[in-house]
Ligand binder design. Structure first.
Ligand SMILES: [Zn+2]
Length: 251
Protein backbone atom coordinates (compact mmCIF):
# COMPACT_ATOMS: atom_id res chain seq x y z
CA UNK A 1 0.00 0.00 0.00
CA UNK A 2 1.23 3.44 -0.82
CA UNK A 3 1.09 5.61 2.25
CA UNK A 4 0.52 9.22 1.51
CA UNK A 5 -0.38 12.48 3.08
CA UNK A 6 -3.10 15.03 3.10
CA UNK A 7 -2.01 18.27 4.61
CA UNK A 8 -4.14 21.09 5.82
CA UNK A 9 -3.15 24.13 7.76
CA UNK A 10 -2.87 22.47 11.15
CA UNK A 11 0.33 20.59 10.48
CA UNK A 12 1.47 20.94 14.06
CA UNK A 13 -1.74 19.49 15.53
CA UNK A 14 -0.82 17.15 18.36
CA UNK A 15 -1.47 13.65 16.99
CA UNK A 16 -3.26 12.03 19.90
CA UNK A 17 -3.96 8.70 18.28
CA UNK A 18 -0.47 8.37 16.96
CA UNK A 19 0.83 9.13 20.42
CA UNK A 20 -1.26 6.26 21.75
CA UNK A 21 -0.01 3.95 19.03
CA UNK A 22 3.48 5.14 19.63
CA UNK A 23 3.29 4.36 23.33
CA UNK A 24 1.89 0.92 22.57
CA UNK A 25 4.71 0.22 20.16
CA UNK A 26 7.57 1.75 22.06
CA UNK A 27 6.83 2.36 25.68
CA UNK A 28 4.96 -0.76 26.73
CA UNK A 29 7.36 -2.93 24.83
CA UNK A 30 10.43 -1.44 26.36
CA UNK A 31 9.74 0.46 29.56
CA UNK A 32 13.37 1.12 30.21
CA UNK A 33 15.03 0.33 26.88
CA UNK A 34 15.76 3.18 24.53
CA UNK A 35 15.32 2.67 20.81
CA UNK A 36 17.67 4.49 18.48
CA UNK A 37 16.87 5.13 14.83
CA UNK A 38 19.39 6.36 12.29
CA UNK A 39 17.90 8.88 9.85
CA UNK A 40 19.54 10.21 6.70
CA UNK A 41 18.14 13.31 5.04
CA UNK A 42 18.98 13.71 1.36
CA UNK A 43 18.41 17.10 -0.27
CA UNK A 44 18.03 16.86 -4.04
CA UNK A 45 17.70 19.54 -6.69
CA UNK A 46 17.60 19.68 -10.46
CA UNK A 47 19.04 21.49 -13.44
CA UNK A 48 15.89 23.60 -13.78
CA UNK A 49 14.76 23.72 -10.14
CA UNK A 50 17.32 24.39 -7.44
CA UNK A 51 16.80 24.73 -3.71
CA UNK A 52 15.28 27.76 -2.01
CA UNK A 53 16.50 27.12 1.54
CA UNK A 54 20.09 26.26 2.46
CA UNK A 55 20.86 22.86 3.99
CA UNK A 56 20.92 24.50 7.41
CA UNK A 57 17.15 25.02 7.34
CA UNK A 58 16.06 21.39 6.85
CA UNK A 59 18.82 20.32 9.22
CA UNK A 60 17.17 22.39 11.95
CA UNK A 61 13.75 20.99 11.07
CA UNK A 62 15.00 17.45 11.50
CA UNK A 63 17.65 17.47 14.16
CA UNK A 64 17.74 20.69 16.18
CA UNK A 65 17.72 20.28 19.95
CA UNK A 66 16.51 23.80 20.59
CA UNK A 67 13.59 24.34 18.24
CA UNK A 68 10.48 22.53 17.05
CA UNK A 69 12.17 19.65 15.27
CA UNK A 70 11.29 16.13 14.21
CA UNK A 71 13.81 14.57 16.58
CA UNK A 72 12.47 16.64 19.49
CA UNK A 73 8.92 15.64 18.62
CA UNK A 74 9.63 11.91 18.70
CA UNK A 75 11.75 12.27 21.80
CA UNK A 76 8.96 14.01 23.70
CA UNK A 77 6.03 11.81 22.66
CA UNK A 78 8.03 8.69 23.57
CA UNK A 79 9.09 10.10 26.93
CA UNK A 80 12.67 9.92 25.76
CA UNK A 81 12.46 6.30 24.65
CA UNK A 82 12.73 6.82 20.90
CA UNK A 83 15.84 8.65 19.78
CA UNK A 84 16.51 9.83 16.23
CA UNK A 85 20.22 9.80 15.43
CA UNK A 86 21.91 11.60 12.58
CA UNK A 87 23.19 8.98 10.15
CA UNK A 88 26.94 8.94 9.68
CA UNK A 89 27.71 10.27 6.21
CA UNK A 90 30.69 11.50 4.25
CA UNK A 91 29.15 14.55 2.63
CA UNK A 92 31.86 17.21 2.78
CA UNK A 93 29.79 20.37 3.17
CA UNK A 94 28.97 21.48 6.71
CA UNK A 95 30.15 18.70 8.99
CA UNK A 96 30.50 15.12 7.92
CA UNK A 97 28.22 12.84 9.89
CA UNK A 98 25.52 15.45 10.40
CA UNK A 99 22.88 13.24 8.81
CA UNK A 100 22.39 15.55 5.84
CA UNK A 101 23.55 14.94 2.26
CA UNK A 102 22.99 17.80 -0.17
CA UNK A 103 21.94 19.74 -1.82
CA UNK A 104 22.96 17.43 -4.65
CA UNK A 105 21.98 17.99 -8.29
CA UNK A 106 20.48 14.93 -9.99
CA UNK A 107 21.63 16.24 -13.40
CA UNK A 108 18.13 16.12 -14.81
CA UNK A 109 15.10 18.39 -14.82
CA UNK A 110 12.45 18.20 -12.12
CA UNK A 111 10.11 15.31 -13.10
CA UNK A 112 6.96 17.04 -11.73
CA UNK A 113 5.58 13.65 -10.67
CA UNK A 114 2.43 15.23 -9.18
CA UNK A 115 0.05 12.70 -7.62
CA UNK A 116 1.48 9.77 -5.68
CA UNK A 117 -0.25 7.34 -8.05
CA UNK A 118 2.35 8.24 -10.68
CA UNK A 119 4.48 5.34 -9.50
CA UNK A 120 6.87 5.08 -12.49
CA UNK A 121 7.85 8.73 -12.06
CA UNK A 122 8.60 8.29 -8.36
CA UNK A 123 10.43 4.99 -8.86
CA UNK A 124 12.71 6.67 -11.40
CA UNK A 125 13.25 9.79 -9.27
CA UNK A 126 14.09 7.87 -6.11
CA UNK A 127 16.32 5.37 -7.91
CA UNK A 128 18.34 8.24 -9.36
CA UNK A 129 18.47 9.98 -5.99
CA UNK A 130 19.71 6.86 -4.18
CA UNK A 131 22.37 6.33 -6.85
CA UNK A 132 23.52 9.92 -6.39
CA UNK A 133 24.34 9.46 -2.70
CA UNK A 134 26.69 6.54 -3.33
CA UNK A 135 29.90 8.60 -2.98
CA UNK A 136 28.73 10.16 0.26
CA UNK A 137 27.72 7.29 2.50
CA UNK A 138 28.98 3.81 3.34
CA UNK A 139 25.86 1.71 3.68
CA UNK A 140 27.90 -1.18 5.02
CA UNK A 141 28.09 0.72 8.31
CA UNK A 142 24.33 0.33 8.72
CA UNK A 143 23.94 -3.36 7.84
CA UNK A 144 23.98 -4.47 11.44
CA UNK A 145 22.67 -7.98 10.76
CA UNK A 146 24.99 -8.34 7.74
CA UNK A 147 22.29 -9.67 5.42
CA UNK A 148 23.21 -7.37 2.52
CA UNK A 149 19.97 -5.40 2.84
CA UNK A 150 19.61 -2.02 4.52
CA UNK A 151 16.25 -2.22 6.25
CA UNK A 152 14.33 0.87 7.30
CA UNK A 153 15.15 -0.03 10.90
CA UNK A 154 18.84 0.04 10.14
CA UNK A 155 18.62 3.33 8.23
CA UNK A 156 15.61 5.44 7.34
CA UNK A 157 16.23 7.65 4.31
CA UNK A 158 14.02 10.62 3.54
CA UNK A 159 14.42 12.83 0.47
CA UNK A 160 13.65 16.53 0.37
CA UNK A 161 12.80 17.39 -3.22
CA UNK A 162 13.48 20.94 -4.42
CA UNK A 163 10.26 22.51 -5.69
CA UNK A 164 6.75 22.29 -4.25
CA UNK A 165 4.71 19.86 -2.16
CA UNK A 166 1.42 19.03 -3.85
CA UNK A 167 -0.29 17.80 -0.67
CA UNK A 168 0.15 21.25 0.86
CA UNK A 169 -0.75 23.21 -2.25
CA UNK A 170 -3.55 25.73 -1.98
CA UNK A 171 -5.68 25.45 -5.12
CA UNK A 172 -6.23 29.20 -4.96
CA UNK A 173 -2.50 29.80 -5.18
CA UNK A 174 -0.97 31.01 -8.41
CA UNK A 175 1.91 28.55 -7.97
CA UNK A 176 1.95 26.00 -10.76
CA UNK A 177 4.69 23.66 -9.55
CA UNK A 178 6.65 21.61 -10.20
CA UNK A 179 5.29 19.28 -7.53
CA UNK A 180 5.91 16.03 -5.76
CA UNK A 181 3.44 14.40 -3.35
CA UNK A 182 4.73 13.44 0.10
CA UNK A 183 4.68 9.69 0.67
CA UNK A 184 6.52 6.66 1.98
CA UNK A 185 7.07 3.68 -0.23
CA UNK A 186 9.55 1.12 -1.52
CA UNK A 187 11.42 0.68 -4.80
CA UNK A 188 10.41 -2.30 -6.93
CA UNK A 189 14.08 -2.78 -7.79
CA UNK A 190 16.45 -2.00 -4.92
CA UNK A 191 19.45 0.21 -5.53
CA UNK A 192 22.78 -1.39 -4.67
CA UNK A 193 25.39 0.86 -3.05
CA UNK A 194 28.61 -0.45 -1.54
CA UNK A 195 27.26 -3.95 -2.17
CA UNK A 196 24.18 -3.27 -0.01
CA UNK A 197 20.58 -3.16 -1.20
CA UNK A 198 18.32 -0.28 -0.22
CA UNK A 199 14.75 0.33 -1.29
CA UNK A 200 12.67 1.91 1.50
CA UNK A 201 12.25 5.66 1.46
CA UNK A 202 10.06 8.65 2.17
CA UNK A 203 10.01 11.98 0.36
CA UNK A 204 8.35 15.37 0.36
CA UNK A 205 8.58 18.68 -1.50
CA UNK A 206 10.83 21.41 -0.12
CA UNK A 207 8.17 24.14 -0.17
CA UNK A 208 4.57 24.48 0.96
CA UNK A 209 3.62 27.18 -1.51
CA UNK A 210 5.22 30.29 0.06
CA UNK A 211 7.21 28.70 2.90
CA UNK A 212 9.52 25.86 3.77
CA UNK A 213 7.86 22.51 4.52
CA UNK A 214 6.83 22.37 8.17
CA UNK A 215 7.68 19.47 10.46
CA UNK A 216 4.16 17.99 10.36
CA UNK A 217 4.74 16.48 6.95
CA UNK A 218 8.11 15.11 8.01
CA UNK A 219 6.85 13.61 11.26
CA UNK A 220 4.00 11.98 9.34
CA UNK A 221 6.11 10.36 6.63
CA UNK A 222 8.84 9.30 9.03
CA UNK A 223 6.13 7.75 11.20
CA UNK A 224 5.30 5.49 8.27
CA UNK A 225 8.91 4.81 7.43
CA UNK A 226 10.48 4.30 10.85
CA UNK A 227 7.55 2.87 12.81
CA UNK A 228 5.18 1.54 10.15
CA UNK A 229 2.40 3.73 11.56
CA UNK A 230 -0.79 3.61 9.47
CA UNK A 231 -2.69 6.53 8.02
CA UNK A 232 -5.69 7.31 10.22
CA UNK A 233 -7.46 9.79 8.01
CA UNK A 234 -10.08 8.41 5.67
CA UNK A 235 -8.28 7.46 2.47
CA UNK A 236 -11.55 6.14 0.94
CA UNK A 237 -13.52 9.37 1.50
CA UNK A 238 -16.39 7.38 3.03
CA UNK A 239 -16.04 8.57 6.61
CA UNK A 240 -14.28 11.17 8.69
CA UNK A 241 -11.49 8.76 9.53
CA UNK A 242 -9.99 9.65 12.87
CA UNK A 243 -11.11 13.22 12.37
CA UNK A 244 -9.26 15.87 14.33
CA UNK A 245 -7.46 13.17 16.32
CA UNK A 246 -5.63 12.05 13.19
CA UNK A 247 -1.95 12.68 12.89
CA UNK A 248 -2.84 15.27 10.30
CA UNK A 249 -6.21 16.95 10.50
CA UNK A 250 -8.75 15.10 8.39
CA UNK A 251 -10.23 17.25 5.62
ZN1 LIG B 1 0.31 9.04 5.36
Amino acid sequence: MLFHLKVRNSLLLMPLIVIVLFHIIICTEAESAQLNQSVLVVLVEFNDVTHTYSATSPEKSFFSDNTKSVSNFYNKISSGNFIINRATDDYPIQNNNNGIIGWINLEQNHPNCMNFSNTPCYQSLVTTAFQAIGPYIDLAKFDTNIDGIISRDELSVIFVIAGYELAAHDAESSITGPFVYAHQYVLDTPVILNGKQISNYALFGEKHDDHQATIGVIVHELGHLMLRLPDLYDITKTSKGAGPFDFILNP
